[in-house]
Design a protein around this ligand. Structure first.
Ligand code: ADP
Length: 629
């Protein structure tokens, strides 16, 4: 028999596929099953449009057969079949219908892993097989044909025998190696899992002989004996949940689908089942999990939705469908508008996907808003797990996604003692309040006792307490919310003084200049500056950072990026109305040594209030004792 050579391009592509490293070899089965299903569709369609064609529609099926002895895996269908010319045409030239993405990748010499992701149909069988035979009989013909190839050395075609029309794809699996156990594709369990994972919703039954166990008929009740037997079983469920009508699906069905599909023991927090008609029609079944996967906040976590095209899974994790800020959402999207060509091409710049993604983003946002407004308790449950992600979303890409995220954020309100949205904060602002005040720090209780926060509280102004690393980046990115600017109470002027009060303060600073210089000199390099402040309420002193960076940011940098961390300038603010400060001022002339001690004492206390560690705690303790006795 004469060997035919693959076309040049096919040969290059084959070499590429066979000799590259595949992370998704298992997709070959999906490809072969999809082809089988398509072939059945074609025959069913022919029967619909041609009266002369009579087929038993109920008999349509795909069969998987495994033979460990000959190391073969066979996928058979009773679809339309191929004649000799079609075998040549379809299998002799690589992926006729869908090689575009491939060609592009080859030209650009890109990472060939896309093969694993998108598949190239029939040829993927060579990723796992040393030989592939296709025995096919075309509908309406008597002669069957056998196409044989080892993938590298061309192919041959010869006449063959086959009962009935349809196609058998007989794959002789490669020998196992250290790294690759190809024989796993002969195991019942593995095949069952692969069908479930990739082809569960193919419209035709996928059947396989499976081994089961039963009680022997004649064995006694109290000592039952069991025997194995085999039975044909349909491995796929055929009807996708998302294709069903919303009102016909129970919560249990949604939940158990979620758990099985996404391997999560917990019930989802919210289900979004939506369908859209229009420029691109699609169905989506999305879930908001109730718990974050353990690797959620790491680089290992892969965002994305499963993408189906007419019931066939074409991608497990389609990132393009889900924006980063909503990466916690899991689910599936099915669109017949993506059918056939999309599955075999690159998806990256696909316009239809962009439309679907935009639609889903809106949908997710409105669901979360709905939850926020109607079931606050549940929303807070969600927020405790994924709120950090929404904050990242708000600040990432210089705030490009703030519209999707900012109204979903919650911060702790000092005044109300609970989480509030920015909208709620602003609408509760009393007349005269111009800014959105926030205080960054580690601990809510300590923050609410900050002098500046107490001062604001005395005026009836609320302060948002920022206790998470990322919080402080939110005002820096948003700049304003509903035209109100943000004010960091520990670094910025609270803006409470009138012009007149400002003038008074300046005069006072002038008057106290000598004293302030004395304190600065006493403290040396410990502080950058000493100044007066009227914002300290009942406190004598406060340590505030020099403009630009906050102490929290300094600590954060020291933790995350110590190389680039540098200390923020410390400014000691003194409250001229406080008796302790007055006492220090008096002591300056009467007992300068004591005044120096007072200065050191207040400086240390201000450090502690600002949650800054003391350089020398022992010296501080000694100083307190010295002043006591
Ligand atoms: P694609 O499915 O993208 O067209 P494939 O390489 O998977 O590319 O298959 C090439 C062609 O071979 C198919 O379009 C189809 O015409 C034919 N083919 C493959 N498998 C079968 C089958 N089981 N029955 C009938 N035709 C098939």
């Amino acid at each position: 028999m004469e060997k035919q050579q693959f076309k040049a391009e096919s040969q290059r592509l084959l070499d590429l596929m066979i000799h590259s490293i595949y992370t998704h070899q298992e997709i070959f089965l999906r490809e072969i099953l999809s082809n089988a299903s398509d072939a059945i569709d074609k025959l069913a369609y022919t029967a619909l449009t041609d009266d002369k064609v009579a087929v038993d529609r109920d008999g349509f099926a795909i069969t998987i057969a495994r033979d460990p002895d000959s190391r073969t895996l066979t996928v058979s269908d009773n679809g339309i079949g191929m004649d000799k010319a079609e075998l040549e045409e379809n299998l002799g030239t690589i992926a006729k219908s869908g090689s575009l993405g491939f060609k592009q990748a080859m030209e650009k010499n890109e990472d060939v892993d896309i093969i694993g992701q998108f598949g190239v149909g029939f040829y993927s069988a060579f990723m796992v097989s040393s030989k592939v035979e296709v025995v096919s009989k075309k509908y309406g013909q008597d002669q069957a044909w056998r196409w044989t190839s080892d993938g590298s050395d061309g192919y041959s075609i010869e006449p063959a025998q086959r009962d009935g029309v349809g196609t058998d794809v007989i794959m002789t699996l490669k020998e196992d190696t250290e790294d690759e156990k190809y024989s796993r594709f002969l195991e019942e369990y593995e095949l069952r899992e692969l069908v479930r994972k990739y082809s569960d919703y193919l419209r035709h039954p996928i059947r396989m002989e499976v081994t089961k166990s039963r009680k022997k008929a004649d064995s006694p009740e109290d000592k039952p004996e069991y025997e194995d037997y085999t039975e044909m079983e349909t491995l796929n469920t055929m009807v996708p949940l998302w294709q069903r009508n919303k009102k016909d699906v129970t919560q249990e069905e949604y939940d158990s689908f979620y758990r099985e599909k996404f391997y999560d023991y917990n019930k989802p927090l919210r289900v979004i089942h939506s369908s859209a008609e229009g420029a691109v029609s699609f169905k989506a079944l999305l879930y908001i999990p109730s718990k974050a996967p353990f690797d959620f906040y790491t680089k290992d976590y892969k965002r994305g939705l499963q993408l189906y095209s007419s019931g066939v899974m074409i991608m497990e994790n389609c990132e393009e469908l889900l924006p980063e800020h909503f990466r916690f959402v899991r689910g599936v999207v099915d669109s017949q508008d993506l059918s056939l060509n999309i599955s075999r091409e690159m998806l990256q710049h696909n316009r239809q996907l962009t439309i679907i993604a935009r639609n889903l983003e809106k949908k997710i946002k409105s669901e979360l808003t709905d939850l926020l407004e109607k079931d606050r308790e549940k929303y807070e449950e969600f927020y405790a797990v994924f709120g950090r992600q929404l904050k990242y979303g708000t600040v990432s890409d210089y705030g490009a996604h703030k519209d999707a995220c900012q109204d979903l954020l919650l911060f702790y309100s000092q005044k109300q003692g609970k989480l509030v949205t920015l909208k709620e904060y602003v609408s509760a602002m009393p007349e005269g309040q111009e800014k959105i005040y926030y205080a960054p720090g580690e601990n809510k209780d300590r923050l609410s006792k900050l002098p500046q926060v107490e001062t604001l509280a005395a005026k009836g102004y609320d302060t948002l307490l920022f206790t998470e690393d990322v919080d402080e980046f939110v005002p820096q990115t948003l700049m304003t919310y509903q035209e109100k600017s943000f004010c960091n109470v520990s670094t910025e002027d609270l803006g409470l003084k009138t012009e007149e009060e400002k003038k008074e303060a300046e005069a006072k600073a002038q008057e106290w200049k000598g004293f302030l210089t004395f304190v600065k000199e006493s403290l040396g390099d410990q502080v950058k500056e000493v100044r007066l402040s009227d914002d300290l309420g009942s406190h004598p002193a406060a340590m505030v950072p020099d403009a630009g960076m906050s102490f929290e940011m300094e600590k954060y940098m020291r933790r995350v990026n110590p190389e680039f961390a540098y200390p923020v300038g410390r400014i000691l603010e003194l409250n001229p109305a406080h008796p302790a400060v007055e006492a220090m001022r008096l002591a300056m002339t009467e007992d300068p040594v004591k005044a120096k001690d007072y200065a050191q004492l207040l400086c240390c206390q201000a450090q502690l209030m600002a949650e800054l560690p003391l350089e020398d705690p022992a010296a501080y303790t000694a100083l307190v004792c010295k002043l006591l006795f």
